[in-house]
Design a binder for this molecule. Sequence first.
Ligand code: UD1
Length: 448
Amino acid sequence: MADARPFFWEYIPTPVAREVFQIEGGRPLAGSIRVSGAKNAALKLLAAAVLTGERCRLENVPEIEDVRVMAETLADLGVVVDHPAPGRYEVASGDVDWLFVPLEAAARMRASFILFGPLLSRFGRVIISNPGGDRIGRRPVNLHVDAMRALGAEIDYRNGYYFAKAPGRLRGGEVTFPFVTVMGTENAMLAATLAEGRTIIRPAAQEPEVDDLITFLVKMGAVVERTAPDTIVVEGRRRLRGADHRVIPDRIEAGTFALAAAMAGGRVTLEGAPCELLGALLEILGRVGVEVSCAGDTIVVEGTPPAAGAYRPCDIETAPYPGLATDLQPPTTVLLTRADGLSHVHESIFEDRLEWLAELRRMGARVEILDSRHATIAGPTPLSGAEVAIPDLRAGASLILAALAAEGSSLIHGAHHVHRGYENIDAKFQHLGARIQRLPETASTPHA
Ligand code: UD1
């Protein structure tokens, strides 16, 4: 390991450009947009590329902040990361010389913890920061750590860091989770590809992004199979090779834009949209009375503008795939403000993913937060423009949806949260006729 790099306390967090969204609401949307590549697949595919010294090429990678953070984190390890064109990344991990993922990376992006499995498995050791919690709850990583131990890793925890080593090589084993974890499944699977022998992961997450990762690993020469819906079996290999892969489309982005059309009204076509991956959301849209049609990889949503009538109320509950994605709960909750009657929201995956509803209330929503996982929405409430602050990625996109449908103008602070996970969201909404602008946060903007 090279010693030339600064030790972790010398890392200075990269300043984030402070921006606001300014939105003139009350205009229906119209037109068509193309869905970007999936954030939650791309980040794991980039991490998987460190399992081999050969070059891996990824296409349809979304141009978002989290991908840039992952690319920088890899580059800091000594990995060569090329970005030859928008949406294309090439990763060559021949010379990884720094098996240390600092607090700075973990603080900027929780998903940097996905490097734990691949680095430990390929190089036999790693020091990685505990990502801690974030604005949607505690978000521990104990299940990732237990999975690595089940594969023979020796792990100490000191000063907020996991010090892990695999004497010789990781050994295949039984990884049994007490409940479904997406990144836990992925970390275990990545580690197992280079372990000695067979690993069985149960219950394995069934999210489509996990299957995209399996497809890529198989192209790299890994032996990985989903033998039952909740079971993944990995036969470890001594080495993997480079591979090319196209990232699957982002079902959360597609769902967010479908909900925007429903919320603001208008006819919106989503091209390259993964209809088959959006079953739970499309079923809810049908229940509330939004017209949706799917043909091939195109979804057309026809929303009723707020002035033209209300939707039907609906109770929603998030669940692991194929249930309603927790990442689509906030924008779906926004839509329920337009339903005539009382709707219930049950957030079953994350604690504290309802707190942002206080911001939605500033726009006129009648929301009651019953506890950290339950809320009621009484509608229909015409929303009005307001000045609000974004607490996290998905709540941020949801406040944009509310502002697009609201009468009057809104100022939404904390745009950087949204750029973490949505590619050119303002340009895409402008293309659909929305009046949305991204402006620098200045001393004259309130809240600056
Ligand atoms: C991933 C997605 C995120 C999505 C979530 C659920 C990425 C980068 N993020 O997050 O967008 O909202 O799946 O679909 O892919 N848990 C533990 N211990 C652990 C790990 C998880 O208790 O070690 C708990 C979590 O606190 C949560 C539940 O398990 O309550 C599910 O979380 P998990 O599926 O692991 O979410 P992520 O993979 O972090």
